[in-house]
Ligand binder design. Structure first.
Ligand code: IMP
Ligand code: MG
Length: 215
């Protein structure tokens, strides 16, 4: 297995490892000392491989920001960031918009471990009035679609003027409900991923790149 590291000494050591236990220990220390831009990484008990590097992510975020700017510049939209996973995407997206806007946050949770439970729990509700507003929900990922479906349903009850969805990632093959998000930064296969705000059991959110589970 090849490891990308800025430090060539670490690169040399990585190449010389043959047994996997040593490799896991090595990954653990890499992860502690340089938590970005490695071809493979360990998060808790699982191995992940580099999937989408930061520059690719930011390029797609810029593209979505340009689309939203063109569509909504004169609409005075209210952006609702779905915590926890969308915090990094929302931050990068909003600062790339070319017009002033309002941002608020809602916190939901539907995942335990690496599979979707299908049950959505609302933890912190929305305080800002959405009635008559042009609302854009900012999500990290649409997997089965249950979470965004429930959120659309809940927000629609308060009669916004319009309701759109911007998601960083979309897994069309995992979808169990018919959902077509208005803005998608990247379509991905139905694999479990971590990084750039997304977690595995609370870990890995601060990775700059997106990693895919191995095996
Ligand atoms: P859904 O309700 O199945 O669409 O799942 C949506 C939520 O599950 C997302 O907002 C994420 O927080 C979480 N989720 C879905 N897929 C992944 C993944 O691959 N990694 C980490 N979290 C995920
Ligand atoms: Mg989410």
């Amino acid at each position: 297995m090849q490891i990308y590291q800025k430090n060539s000494y670490q690169q040399f050591i990585a190449k010389s490892f043959v047994d996997s236990r040593t490799f896991h220990v090595f990954l653990y220390f890499c992860t502690r000392y340089n938590y970005s831009s490695m071809a493979a990484i360990q998060v808790k008990d699982k191995l992940f491989e580099l999937f989408i590097p930061e520059d690719k992510i930011l390029g797609e975020v810029q593209r979505v920001a340009d689309q939203i700017s063109n569509d909504m510049r004169n609409e005075n939209p209210l952006f609702i960031c779905v915590l926890n996973g969308a915090f990094m995407f929302a931050s990068d997206l909003i600062k790339r918009l070319d017009f002033p806007c309002e941002v608020t946050f809602i916190r939901l949770k539907s995942y335990l471990g690496t599979s979707s439970g299908g049950q959505v729990k609302e933890i912190h509700g929305l305080i800002e009035p959405v009635t008559g507003r042009n609302v854009v929900i900012i999500e990290d990922i649409i997997d089965t679609g249950h979470t965004i479906n429930q959120l659309i349903h809940t927000i629609s009850k308060d009669n916004p003027a319009s309701l759109k969805v911007a998601t960083l990632l979309f897994k069309p093959e995992a979808l169990k409900i018919e959902i077509s998000p208005d803005y998608v930064a990247m379509n991905i296969p139905p694999d479990f991923i971590v990084g750039y705000g997304l977690d595995y059991d609370g870990h890995g959110r601060n990775l700059r790149d997106i990693y895919r589970i191995k095996g």
